[in-house]
Design a protein around this ligand. Structure first.
Ligand SMILES: Nc1ncnc2c1ncn2[C@@H]1O[C@H](COP(=O)(O)OP(=O)(O)OP(=O)(O)O)[C@@H](O)[C@H]1O
Ligand SMILES: [Mg+2]
Length: 244
C-alpha cells in the first residue's frame, strides 16, 4: 500500500458496455480499478481501443457507466441524477481536447471568457479571470489573436487557460499533445505538470507518448478495459503546493 494523500478519483470494478443497434454489446471497460490522489499528475496509457478515452469520458461524466463505482472527490457520481451530475461536472472538472476545440471566430481572450459568461460570471469578472489565466500560460500578449493566428502549441495553451479559468479540482486531457510536434508537445506536458504540482490540481492525461508519461507521477497501463500495470514515477517533493 502506498502512503496516500486524499483520493481525488477512485474507481471500483468499473464496467462499460456499449449497446449496439443489432443487440450486441461491446465490452470496453471490464472491471477497472484505480486510485488517484488530489494534485497528482497521472497518465493513462495502453493500445488503441483499450478504453482510455472511454475511461476519461466516464470520469468527467461525459459518458455513463454500466456497472461499478466511480468516486470523485468523495462523491459517488454513479448515484447522482443527470442534473446533479451536470452541476457536479461543472464545479469539479475541466476538459482539454486533442483538437483544442476553440471557437474559431473568437479571440483567445473571448474563448477563455465565453464559458465563464455562459455560467453566469459577470463580463468584468470573466475578463479579469480570463486575463489572469492567459497570463498563467504565458499568452497575455496573444490575447487578441484568433485561433488561426496562433500556433498549435499556443492554441492548446488557450484551451488550458480556458480549463483553468473554471478553477477545477481535476483537469482531464485526452491526448493533449496528439496534434503537436514533439518539442511543443513536451512544453504542454511541462505546463500541465506545473499546473498539477503548483496549483494542487489533479491532472489526468491519456497519451501514447512515453516521454510525456515519464513526466507524470503515476502511469496506469490499460489493456482490454482493465489496468494491467501501475507505475509510480520518482516521488517528488510537493510540499509547497498551494492553490492560488
Ligand atoms: N459509442 C461507442 N459505441 C460502440 N463502441 C464504442 C463507442 N465508443 C468507443 N467504442 C469502442 O470502445 C473501445 C475503446 O475505445 P476508446 O476510444 O476508449 O479507446 P482508446 O484507448 O481511447 O483508443 P485510442 O488510443 O485509439 O484513442 C473501442 O473498441 C471502440 O471501438
Ligand atoms: Mg482515445
Amino acid at each position: 500500500m502506498r502512503n496516500r494523500k486524499e483520493s481525488a478519483v477512485v474507481t471500483k470494478d468499473l464496467v462499460k458496455n456499449f449497446e449496439l443497434p443489432d443487440g450486441n454489446s461491446v465490452h470496453v471497460l471490464t472491471g477497472l480499478n484505480l486510485e488517484i490522489d488530489q494534485g497528482e499528475f497521472v497518465a493513462v496509457m495502453g493500445p488503441s481501443g483499450s478504453g482510455k478515452s472511454t475511461l476519461v469520458n466516464i470520469l468527467s461524466s461525459l459518458e455513463s457507466l454500466t456497472a461499478g463505482e466511480v468516486n470523485i472527490d468523495g462523491v459517488h457520481i454513479n448515484k447522482l441524477k443527470t442534473s446533479e451530475l451536470l452541476n457536479f461536472r461543472r464545479s469539479h472538472s475541466a476538459i482539454i481536447f486533442q483538437s483544442f476545440a476553440l471557437i474559431d471566430y473568437l479571440t483567445a481572450l473571448e474563448n477563455v471568457k465565453l464559458p465563464l459568461i455562459v455560467r453566469g460570471v459577470s463580463h468584468s469578472d470573466a475578463e479579469t479571470k480570463a486575463l489572469q489565466y492567459l497570463e498563467a500560460v504565458d499568452l497575455y500578449s496573444r490575447k487578441d489573436h484568433l485561433p488561426e493566428e496562433l500556433s498549435g502549441g499556443e492554441q492548446q495553451r488557450v484551451a488550458i487557460a480556458r480549463a483553468l479559468a473554471h478553477e477545477p479540482n481535476i483537469i482531464y486531457a485526452d491526448e493533449p499533445t496528439g496534434n503537436l510536434d514533439a518539442v511543443t508537445g513536451m512544453k504542454i506536458i511541462q505546463l500541465l505538470k506545473d499546473i498539477s504540482h503548483n496549483m494542487d490540481i489533479t491532472v489526468i492525461i491519456c497519451t501514447h507518448d512515453h516521454r510525456a508519461a515519464r513526466e507524470t507521477d503515476r502511469v496506469y497501463i490499460l489493456q482490454e478495459g482493465k489496468v494491467i500495470e501501475e507505475k509510480s514515477n520518482e516521488i517528488r517533493e510537493r510540499t509547497s503546493k498551494k492553490r492560488k
